[in-house]
Design a protein around this ligand. Structure first.
Ligand code: PMV
Length: 313
């Protein structure tokens, strides 16, 4: 029977933005994320001897072009690593608003890594490394809760592990769905341009290393104020490195929500982060969710929690 593999998306509190090895997706710095319970991808991979190429269906529609090429490239790597001869039928269902900075590639490649290697009995570290090959952030989606992707120096060492801590039950991420249209440029392209041309790229990498050192104990202490301030500042630093090369993902609605959060911040622990897309994600704890949602008024949003359990079996 074919496995229906499921993986959840994650949002980085300390961002990955820049690769020192493009082919293997080895980042310039380690990153830290929280895996959310609200958004996921389900995938099946069926190897069929009579296929002459991979076929890929997303939400029941056959996909061609760049999106398919990325999946085929990943499948070629799976075949190379695990000596598989056949092409495959890949079917995926995304329960994530696509390509709007909600890291759909994270859940997508984590689910694909699981489905494509069913029966091979890979451990979670091998799966995290394989998922990384599809999309850097996918390496973190093999675990629930708070996760660090260690930059490493090569394929074997660039891998994610969960943070050793008690579950943080009242952490909440309010994901605003203000704009679900396709983003103006891909994260891969923007990341590469930042690495090669942004005058702030080195400063970003150095600052992020410091931010991560401070973030791990803040998460372990479940200190929303320290976590929120670090996450918001780190996200803004990433976007600053991009702004310096005339690129941005902010839309008027993103700024409007950021301003709402800034006002609320004067009274309660509430912070925002933003990825390679216009959607703002708001961090707070359970007692403040109603107050934040009231202030968001006409914004569409989903309140997500850290995913508690995730099994790769
Ligand atoms: O994994 P990618 O190639 O989709 O890049 C993810 C980049 C950010 O979402 C902006 C940051 C991160 O660490 O997830």
């Amino acid at each position: 029977m074919t496995l229906l593999a499921k993986a959840y998306t994650n949002i980085a509190l300390i961002k990955y933005w820049g690769k020192k090895n493009h082919h293997l997706k080895i980042p310039f710095n380690s990153s830290l994320s929280v895996t959310l319970d609200a958004f996921y991808t389900e995938t099946t991979v069926t190897y069929l001897d009579d296929l002459t190429e991979d076929v890929f269906f997303l939400d029941d529609v056959e996909v061609q072009g760049n999106e398919k090429s990325r999946v085929v490239q990943f499948m070629d790597e799976v075949r190379r690593r695990y000596h598989i001869e056949s092409f495959a039928k890949i079917e995926s269902w995304n329960h994530v608003p696509k390509a709007a900075g909600l890291a759909s590639s994270a859940s997508a490649f984590a689910a694909l890594a699981l489905a494509a290697t069913e029966g091979l009995d890979l451990d979670v570290q091998a799966l995290s490394r394989l998922a990384r090959f599809g999309s850097g952030s996918a390496s973190r989606s093999l675990y629930p809760g708070f996760v660090v992707w260690h930059e490493g120096v090569d394929d074997a060492t660039s891998v994610a592990t969960p943070i050793d801590m008690e579950p943080w039950d009242d952490f909440r991420m309010i994901v605003c769905l203000e704009n679900q249209s396709i983003k103006p440029f891909s994260s891969t392209e923007a990341m590469h341009d930042t690495e090669t041309t942004s005058p702030y790229f080195n400063a970003w990498v150095q600052q992020t290393k410091k931010d991560l050192r401070a973030m791990v104990p803040a998460v372990q202490k479940r200190d929303i104020k320290a976590v929120g301030v670090l996450a918001q500042t780190n996200a803004m630093a990433m976007h600053a490195s991009l702004l310096a090369i005339n690129r941005w993902y902010f839309e008027p609605e993103s700024l409007r929500i950021m301003n709402i959060v800034r006002e609320l911040q004067k009274e309660i622990p509430v912070y925002f982060t933003m990825d390679a897309g216009p959607n703002v994600k708001i961090m707070t704890t359970a007692p403040y969710v109603d107050q934040v949602c009231d202030a968001l008024k006409d914004v569409e949003y989903v309140v997500a929690r850290p995913l508690k359990e995730f099994s790769i079996d």
